[in-house]
Write a protein that binds this ligand. Structure first.
Ligand code: FCB
Length: 453
């Protein structure tokens, strides 16, 4: 791997989300969220855990900000917990909740770290789920009101807003496969939820513009470039187009082009999932609301999709940590460059940011309480090498946020999957920077990606 420089003013950061790190100690006015409810259902979380303590970041945030500062992070992407701000989802606000974020942000600003605030990273107030959650169009308006309230409260401190994190996960994992809260297995609900989340993005963008005209605002999508297992084989090629449609274009097209992709409309119709109301949940004017001009697109990149049979050799490779992460996700750094090249061509934006990228592996504390995580470090090195190449091509990729600053609650996987640059000993809440953290610190200081392999 050759040494490559990143552009001047490249935004180096790390990311987290509220439910995954904060903890939910009672008595501070926070209302329950769909993730509290989901965790309470037996069998939903692999290790039977929940978000009650998590990383106790709600109390230990100063320590965590110090870790970001010591790493040299220029920016920190975190999310605001809607049920901390509006315990019932709408109506009365909780001053203790807003005060927590003010204190967190002040701490960041004092250390010269720019806050990037995500308004929704999946912890929908339970009160709204009782009224149909994201299946219900009203939730989009409730989100816009919540977003406006947060922006009003924090705009003196925050200039970077991300409306949503990964609408695909909300729609598909939450409503089609049921792996995430609220745990539905209903493909129509998934389409409705996707639409209402996207609509709420557009509505929130309008409110952000009105309240904070100088702020930078956009959305984060999880995008997976897709490839046929056997290029040229018609079934595989077709399957790759379909995967791309369901995973990427269904979200990119409305946001950038004010339309849903025609081939996917036909595909969902053919599946017979629409019911007698058809596409009625998409109302006239919705698509132009969704397609508000964005200042940037946030891209979460972890892996790629390969469609078709890859043969037995590939199955065997899944145990190889150089080819697959601890999540069983294929390591395909070239996909990051392919994706950004494609975005620049098909979905031009003023700026792109990698708002998440990282890898879970099993970490083991040594006798002297160190974490050597060569596989994670290698994952970062290979992906940052691609990031540097994308920048060198003149594509406006302006920053990179590692997922995640801390080990944390990895949704349905509970605490079993560790994505942190910093190890968390959950029994004591001790934080131990891993080798990957120390490497990234050097990379940030040099503004250069270099070989470690
Ligand atoms: C993304 C989520 C994030 C984390 C990573 C591993 O889909 O946005 O919260 O779980 O995956």
């Amino acid at each position: 791997m050759q040494e490559r420089s990143l552009p001047k003013n490249f935004v180096w950061g790390a990311a987290s989300s509220s439910f995954q790190i904060e903890g939910t100690i009672p008595g501070d006015g926070r209302g329950p969220s769909i993730w509290d409810d989901f965790c309470a259902q037996p069998g939903k979380i692999i290790d039977g855990s929940n978000g009650t303590l998590a990383c106790d970041h709600y109390r230990l945030f100063r320590r965590d900000v110090q870790l970001l500062a010591d790493m040299g992070a220029k920016a920190y992407r975190f999310s605001v917990a809607w049920p901390r701000i509006l315990p019932e989802g709408r109506g009365a606000s909780n001053p203790i909740g807003i005060d927590f974020y003010k204190r967190l942000i002040d701490e960041l600003l004092q250390k010269g770290i720019t806050p990037w605030v995500t308004l929704y990273h999946w912890d929908l107030p339970s009160a709204l789920e009782k009224q149909g959650g994201w299946r219900n169009r009203d939730t989009a308006y409730a989100f816009a009101d919540y977003a406006a309230y947060v922006v009003e409260q924090l705009r003196d401190r925050v200039d970077h807003w991300i409306t949503h994190n990964e609408p695909w996960c909300v729609a598909v994992l939450g409503h089609r496969t049921g792996e995430h809260a609220p745990g539905l297995k209903d493909p129509l609900a998934a389409l409705q939820s996707a639409h209402h989340v996207l609509l709420s993005h557009g509505l929130a963008m309008q409110r952000i513009r009105a309240l904070a005209p100088d702020a930078q605002a956009g959305i984060t999508l999880n995008l997976n470039p897709s490839y046929p297992a056997t290029p040229g084989k018609p079934e595989d090629e077709e399957a790759a187009v379909l995967f791309d449609g369901d995973f990427n274009r269904w979200y990119l097209d409305p946001v950038f082009r004010a339309s849903y992709p025609q081939d996917m409309i036909k595909h969902y119709e053919k599946q017979g999932i629409l019911g007698h109301q058809g596409w009625n949940f998409i109302q006239s004017g919705d698509l132009s609301t969704i397609a508000q001009p964005n200042d940037f697109l946030g891209v979460n990149f972890y892996s790629r999709g390969v469609m078709g049979d890859r043969g037995p050799a590939e199955e065997a490779a899944k145990a190889d940590p150089l080819r697959y992460t601890g999540m069983g996700w294929e390591i395909y750094p070239d996909g990051l460059q392919d994706l950004l090249v494609r975005l620049a061509k098909d979905y031009p934006a003023k700026a792109y940011y990698i708002t998440e990228n990282g890898a879970a592996y099993d970490d083991h504390l040594t006798a002297d309480r160190q974490i050597h995580d060569p596989h994670r470090l290698r994952y970062y090195a290979l992906h940052l090498d691609q990031v540097a190449q994308v920048c060198a091509r003149g594509i406006p990729l302006k920053g990179y946020f590692a997922w995640s600053i801390l080990d944390n609650f990895e949704w349905a996987f509970g605490y079993e999957k560790r994505f942190g640059l910093v190890y968390v000993d959950y029994a004591t809440q001790e934080r131990i920077p891993k080798a990957s953290y120390k490497w990234l610190k050097e990379v940030i200081a040099a503004n250069k990606v270099f070989d470690v392999l």
